[in-house]
Design a protein. Structure first.
Length: 479
C-alpha cells in the first residue's frame, strides 16, 4: 500500500514529505497547514478506503505564525505593541486609520500615556508581527510586547476552567472614581480571564477571581500599573500550583498494542486444496482432482480480490491486480492447479510478511513500554508530593523517585545516593551508582534502597527513551 498512499498524499498542495511506518501503521506527513490541513489529508485517504484516523495535528503548533486554522471558530486574542512615536492624542486617528482596515483586526485601543497599542485580532488571519510591520511601514516605531498568537499556542491543550482568588493591596485607593477605574480595567479583559472582583475601600485591597492560565497575579499587577496604579500582591492564589493538578488531564501517549500473528485458516485450506489438486498430475482417475484447485482459489482469492478492487478504483495497478488476473486467467484456461498455486503462494507470502511486521511491531511496543506513566512531583511551595502524569512534568521540576520507580524524565540528582538500572537503554546489566550532580535518564529504574530527588532537564517528549523510540520509528519509516 505504500506506493498507493504516496500517490494520494504527495500531489496534495503543501505536502513536502511523506514517511510510512508499516510496523505501526502510521503515516507521517510534512505539510503546510495553510494549504492542506491534517483533516484534509485524513479525508483524502478515507475517500480511497484506507481507514485513516488523525493522531497528531501538526497545524496546531503553528498558532500565531499566520497560518490558517482548519476550524470554523475564529481565534481572537489581544496583542500589545509599544509605539515610541506616540506623543499625544492626535496620533490616535492616524494609528486607527492604519490598523482598523486590516482584515482580521477586531478592535483597537490606545494608551497614549504608556505609548501602548492594544489590538484584538484573529491570529489565523493576521499575526502580531505583520501588524507591527504595518505600523512601521507608516513611520511608527512599533515593537511587539505581547503576541496573542504565542499565548494561545501555549494555552492549547491546557485546562481553562480553573479560577483562583488573589488579593492585591493599593497604595492609594480612596475615592469611588478610583474604584470605578479599577473595575473598568478588569471589565476590559477578555472573557475567561477574570470571573469577578471585589473592591474594599477601607482596607485598600481588591480580591480578584481569575484564571491563572490566562492571567496570573503578576499579570494583573502589570495591567493595573499601566494606569499608574501602585499595586502589590498580598496573596497569590495560584502560588502553590495545587489548583492545576486536579485538572491535569492524562496525556494521550502513543501506545502500540501487542499483536499476535497467525496464518488464516482460509489460507491453510487453500494450501491443502492446492496440494490435493497436484495429485491430478498422476493421471488416470486422479485427473479429476484438478477441480479441487477451484476450492483453493475460492479460499485464497477474496482478500486479494478486495485489495485489487480498491487499487483499480484509484486507476492504479499493483501486485494484487497482477495475481488476480493471473489466477482468473488460469481458471479461464482450465489450468486449475496453476490457478491454485498462484493464489496460495501469494496468500502465504502476505501472511509471512504480516508475521514479520507483527514481530517488529511487538519489538517497538516493548521499547514504548519503557516510557514512564507517572511522576511523584514535589510541590515547590509546600514540598508535598503529588502524583501526576509524567507528560505534565516541566523542565526544572523536582521529582521524587522511590525504590523500584521509573525515572520520569532526564535530569540531575540533587539529593540521595542509590543505584539505577539502565539495562533497558544501555544493555548494561549491572546497576550504576548515582549521587548528587550525576545525570540520569528517563525510563531507567531506581534499583537501590534510597529515594532519589531529581531536577528534570528535559520533558518526557525529549527524554532519552523518547528519542530512542523516535529513532526506531524513523528507521522503520525510511526502510
Amino acid at each position: 500500500e505504500i506506493p498507493a498512499i504516496n500517490s494520494i498524499v504527495e500531489p496534495l498542495p503543501g505536502v513536502s514529505k511523506v514517511l510510512i511506518n508499516t510496523t505501526t501503521k502510521t503515516v507521517y506527513v510534512d505539510h503546510d497547514p495553510s494549504r492542506t490541513t491534517a483533516q484534509d489529508i485524513e479525508a483524502v485517504l478515507n475517500k480511497k478506503s484506507f481507514g485513516a484516523q488523525l493522531r497528531s495535528d501538526g497545524g496546531l503548533a503553528a498558532a500565531g505564525t499566520g497560518v490558517a486554522s482548519s476550524g470554523d471558530t475564529p481565534r481572537v486574542g489581544r496583542s500589545h505593541f509599544i509605539v515610541d512615536d506616540i506623543c499625544c492624542a492626535s496620533e490616535i486617528p492616524a494609528i486607527k486609520s492604519i490598523v482598523e482596515p486590516i482584515i482580521g483586526v477586531k478592535a483597537v485601543s490606545i494608551n497614549v500615556t504608556t505609548k501602548t497599542v492594544y489590538l484584538d485580532h484573529d491570529i489565523d488571519i493576521i499575526s502580531a508581527a505583520n501588524l507591527a510591520k504595518a505600523l512601521n511601514d507608516e513611520g511608527f516605531k512599533a515593537q511587539v510586547q505581547k503576541d496573542a498568537g504565542h499565548d494561545l499556542a501555549m494555552m492549547s491543550g491546557l485546562p481553562t476552567t480553573s479560577f483562583v482568588k488573589s488579593t492585591f493591596s493599593f497604595a492609594d485607593l480612596r475615592t469611588n472614581e478610583q474604584s470605578i477605574a479599577v473595575a473598568n480595567i478588569f471589565n476590559q479583559c477578555p472573557d475567561g480571564q477574570i470571573r469577578e472582583h471585589f473592591v474594599c475601600m477601607s482596607s485598600k485591597t481588591v480580591i480578584v477571581q481569575h484564571n491563572p492560565y490566562f492571567l496570573s497575579a503578576t499579570g494583573i499587577v502589570q495591567l493595573l500599573c499601566e494606569d499608574k496604579l501602585v499595586v502589590t500582591i498580598v496573596e497569590d492564589g495560584a502560588a502553590d500550583g495545587m489548583w492545576a493538578l486536579g485538572l491535569t488531564k492524562e496525556a494521550k501517549e502513543e501506545k502500540i498494542d501487542h499483536q499476535k500473528s497467525s496464518v488464516s485458516p482460509y489460507v491453510v485450506m487453500s494450501g491443502i486444496c492446492w496440494v490435493i489438486s497436484m495429485l491430478s498430475f498422476i493421471g488416470g482417475n486422479w485427473e479429476y482432482l484438478k477441480y479441487v484447485g477451484l476450492l483453493s482459489v475460492v479460499f485464497g482469492l477474496p482478500p486479494i480480490f478486495m485489495k485489487a478492487y480498491r487499487t483499480l478504483r484509484r486507476c492504479q495497478f499493483d501486485a494484487n491486480c497482477m495475481m488476480l488476473f493471473a489466477a482468473l486467467g488460469a481458471v479461464g484456461l482450465q489450468e486449475f492447479t496453476e490457478a491454485a498455486a498462484v493464489t496460495f503462494l501469494f496468500a502465504i507470502s502476505e501472511a509471512l510478511e504480516t508475521r514479520a511486521t507483527a514481530r517488529a511491531r511487538n519489538a517497538l511496543s516493548a521499547i514504548v513500554s519503557l516510557r514512564p506513566e507517572r511522576a511523584n512531583l514535589i510541590n515547590p511551595v509546600t514540598k508535598s508530593i503529588v502524583v501526576v502524569p509524567a507528560a505534565s512534568v516541566g523542565i526544572g521540576s523536582s521529582v521524587s523517585v522511590r525504590t523500584g520507580d521509573k525515572i520520569p524524565c532526564d535530569g540531575i540528582v540533587i539529593e540521595g545516593y542509590s543505584t539505577v538500572d539502565e539495562s533497558s537503554l544501555t544493555g548494561e546489566s549491572r546497576p550504576v551508582r548515582k549521587g548528587p550532580k550525576d545525570t540520569v535518564s528517563g525510563g531507567t529504574i531506581n534499583s537501590g534502597t534510597t529515594r532519589l530527588i531529581i531536577k528534570t532537564t528535559a520533558t518526557v517528549e525529549n527524554s532519552a527513551v523518547a528519542r530512542l523510540i523516535r529513532l526506531v520509528e524513523e528507521a522503520q519509516a525510511n526502510r
